[in-house]
Design a protein around this ligand. Structure first.
Ligand SMILES: [Zn+2]
Ligand SMILES: [Zn+2]
Length: 118
């Protein structure tokens, strides 16, 4: 994907450290290392994907979050606090803040499949 990434952007770097739920040409979904909840990240560096792309990415994130937390048991957070220049969104369950420190971190075992914690 030459030309679509930025140096020194941790989302472009896309380190495979936590569980990866999904990856396609548009986006990838993995556990956020800070929040321990699923996060969708655009494959391209930039803050403004098209509306259709945003819709598709949030749909992918919602499907992942529904599988992990249950239907309607999460909210989509589009605030780009960590990296304001690269589109990403979190799916947060209601316990994420209280449990973010105590939840076992997941680890990368390939895209999809069982979520394995450390
Ligand atoms: Zn980036
Ligand atoms: Zn996070």
């Amino acid at each position: 994907m030459s030309g679509s990434t930025a140096a020194d952007c941790e989302l472009c770097e896309a380190a495979r450290f936590t569980h990866w739920y999904h990856e396609d040409e548009l986006c990838w979904v993995a556990d956020c290392e800070v929040c321990s909840v699923p996060m969708v990240v655009w494959q391209r560096h930039g803050a403004s994907p098209s509306e259709a792309e945003v819709e598709a990415m949030l749909a992918t994130l919602s499907a992942v979050a529904a599988a992990r937390f249950g239907d309607g048991a999460f909210t989509i957070d589009r605030t780009m606090r960590q990296v304001p220049t690269h589109f990403h969104a979190h799916a947060r369950d209601e316990h994420w803040w209280a449990e973010r420190m105590s939840r076992a971190m997941s680890r990368y075992t390939g895209v999809g499949g069982e979520r394995v914690t450390r």
